[in-house]
Design a protein around this ligand. Structure first.
Ligand SMILES: NC(=O)C1=CN([C@@H]2O[C@H](COP(=O)(O)OP(=O)(O)OC[C@H]3O[C@@H](n4cnc5c(N)ncnc54)[C@H](OP(=O)(O)O)[C@@H]3O)[C@@H](O)[C@H]2O)C=CC1
Ligand SMILES: Nc1nc(=O)c2c([nH]1)NC[C@@H]1CN(c3ccc(C(=O)N[C@@H](CCC(=O)O)C(=O)O)cc3)C=[N+]21
Length: 277
């Protein structure tokens, strides 16, 4: 079984991003990302730290805007104001949002040209229609990893577990565009294992520590573990029980060190794309 090296893939992407940022800076533009943080969720905090650290390394300016407990109206005003700020090229609004607020409800206030994490329903619609749009960086990371690992996608049985608008649904759309035969499972799916055991490629995006075990995996399958579940001792584990799945799977992305770092790199690549205009 191969462990897929997400950090190496991330670094390869960041090398290109660094060069692109340098060229933009030489031309007088500092690519700038606004990160709106509306709750003090732990998985979010991990991600925000990783974005800020990596952005600094490649020369992207990261503006962290902490607004824990912000109301829907205030968030809409914040996103609208960033959308019309000429000094901001990309906007990401972290999930989860405060109680009663959904990203689907406020995402439409992020200008599509700055929507580097694909939160505007217009971006998701364009993606579904096969038109150019920013996809959520995590969904892009799933496809990027499979492509860089040279995993055949055309015609293969591929199962995505999870259907959120941030991960599962856009990942399914992108993989469908690669001609995979995509099945999307969710909390109402009857007999999850019966579906996942047929998958040549299995994508787990649920948010439940170690919920997928050896019984869920087809021998030799490529497993992409998107889950980032904080543990009591301050660590991070995936949705897949990697130790249990190891003897069965062909390859798997570890957590940490898998999808996460690639997500961060692709978000910054999207900021460069947005800054180019
Ligand atoms: N590495 C990275 O870059 C990123 C990681 N993440 C991580 O990915 C995970 C998923 O995130 P996100 O999509 O935002 O989470 P959500 O909670 O929005 O969605 C979870 C999905 O899993 C489904 N689900 C829940 N329980 C089960 C079950 N028992 N069996 C099958 N499906 C189930 C839900 O179904 P239903 O729709 O029916 O409720 C839902 O579609 C989290 O761990 C998150 O931290 C997220 C973003 C980026
Ligand atoms: N709108 C929105 N989009 C997201 O993509 C989004 C979000 N909200 N809310 C929170 C979750 C969580 N998430 C992570 C991304 C990368 C790591 C990551 O890079 N983790 C490192 C470990 C952390 C580190 O080394 O700093 C790793 O897996 O190796 C973690 C978590 C994105 N999310």
């Amino acid at each position: 079984m191969t462990l897929i090296d997400g950090r190496a893939i991330s670094q390869a992407i960041l090398d290109t991003v660094s060069a692109d940022v340098a060229a933009l800076r030489d031309a007088g533009t500092t690519p700038t990302l606004a990160i709106v943080v509306p709750t003090d969720d732990e998985a979010t905090a991990w991600y925000v730290r990783s974005i800020v650290r990596t952005a600094t390394k490649v020369g992207v300016e990261a503006r962290q805007i902490d607004r824990h407990g912000i109301t829907a109206d205030e968030l809409v005003a914040e996103l609208a104001s960033l959308s019309s700020d000429p000094g901001v090229h990309g906007i990401i609004c972290q999930t989860p949002l405060p109680k009663g607020v959904t990203l689907d409800q406020v995402g439409q206030h992020i200008a599509p040209a700055k929507d580097v994490d694909g939160a505007n329903p217009e971006s998701l619609g364009r993606l579904a229609a096969g038109l150019p749009a920013f996809a959520p960086a995590t969904a892009q990371a799933v496809v990027e990893i499979l492509q860089r690992e040279r995993t055949p996608l055309s015609g293969v049985d591929l199962v995505v577990v999870g259907r959120s608008n941030v991960v599962g649904k856009p990942a399914a759309l992108l993989l469908l565009a690669e001609n995979a035969t995509v099945t999307v499972c969710h909390s109402r799916t009857r007999d999850l294992a019966a579906h996942t055991r047929r998958a040549d490629v299995l994508v787990a995006a649920v948010g439940r520590a170690h919920m997928l075990g050896a019984d869920h995996v087809k021998p030799g399958a490529v497993v992409i573990d998107v889950g980032t579940n904080p543990t009591e001792d301050g660590g991070l584990v995936g949705d897949v029980d990697t130790a249990a799945v190891e003897p069965v799977a062909g390859s798997i992305t570890p957590v940490p060190g898998g999808v996460g770092p690639v997500t961060t790199a692709l978000l910054l690549r999207n900021v460069v794309t947005a800054a180019r205009g």
